[in-house]
Design a protein around this ligand. Structure first.
Ligand SMILES: Nc1ncnc2c1ncn2[C@@H]1O[C@H](COP(=O)(O)OP(=O)(O)OP(=O)(O)O)[C@@H](O)[C@H]1O
Ligand SMILES: [Mg+2]
Length: 232
């Protein structure tokens, strides 16, 4: 069974009296351990597709199965539970909680999971060590650079060692050095823990690291391209 299986997915958005169709019949599947990108022009449906895989949004038609759960059949609570236990999210704008420290931001998903304090502390520190931010544990997001903020977001996404990390334009606000730094970290996680990554991106730097490229054009899969192991 693939980690994610998508059949005949259609997504409409209401637009006044009519509707706008953002996804027009998508068939795709993703296996455990993939490092895949959804690429394509602005408005092609990358974020829409990522949000449905992440159970943040629901299909209008068709079926999306993630870890044996049909997204279209989940209640809000079940969707939240799936996200909370199995997925990590990384967004372009970091989405850190400004009043919390770096430690508390990374701890947050584990608090929701009701993990005991001792174990929580261990996992948060391991995760911050991973992203090289042990010296910023007590800083607040306002005191961090963009690159550091995104590293906190990566630490938060991976702290519970999720099956699936969904990253929407994770490097859009970063300079080249920070982008490579973040990407190398994700490649390492993908290799060491077999964490599955799905990106939405048009950043060439990200595209250079992908093992599979799915090109979306106007709500359809235009090309689904494996990248040979000889690549980066
Ligand atoms: N909530 C919404 N209501 C109406 N239309 C929407 C909504 N969200 C997205 N759309 C439309 O759906 C289409 C796909 O949007 P989406 O955000 O998935 O594109 P994208 O490929 O992620 O683009 P970008 O590269 O700019 O992030 C766009 O035309 C957008 O205007
Ligand atoms: Mg987008």
């Amino acid at each position: 069974m693939p980690l994610v299986n998508i059949e005949q997915l259609v997504k409409h958005y209401p637009m006044g009296k009519t509707k706008f169709t953002a996804l027009k019949g998508i068939d795709l599947s993703f296996k455990k351990g993939e490092f895949t990108g959804l690429i394509g022009p602005s408005g092609s449906g990358k974020t829409t597709l990522l949000n449905i895989i992440g159970a943040l949004d629901t299909p209008s038609e068709g079926s999306v199965t993630v870890l044996d759960k049909k997204i279209e059949k989940l209640s809000h609570l079940e969707a939240a539970h799936l996200r909370c236990t199995h997925m990590g999210f990384i967004f372009q704008t970091y989405n850190l909680l400004p009043v919390y420290t770096v430690f508390e931001n990374v701890e947050f998903p584990l608090l929701i999971m009701k993990m005991p304090e001792e174990q929580r502390k261990k996992m948060v520190l391991a995760s911050l060590e991973w992203v090289g931010l042990m010296d910023k544990i007590n800083s607040r997001p306002g005191q961090l650079s963009g690159g550091e903020s995104q590293r906190v977001a990566v630490a938060r996404a991976i702290v519970k060692q999720p099956d699936l990390v969904l990253a929407d334009e994770p490097t859009a606000n970063l300079d080249a050095a920070n982008s490579y730094n973040i990407l190398e970290m994700m490649v390492k996680l993908n290799r060491n823990l077999k964490t599955t990554f799905i990106f939405a991106t048009h950043d060439e730097k990200v595209i250079g690291f992908l093992r599979r490229k799915i090109h979306l054009i106007d709500g359809r899969v235009a090309k689904d391209e494996p990248v040979s192991a000889g690549g980066k």
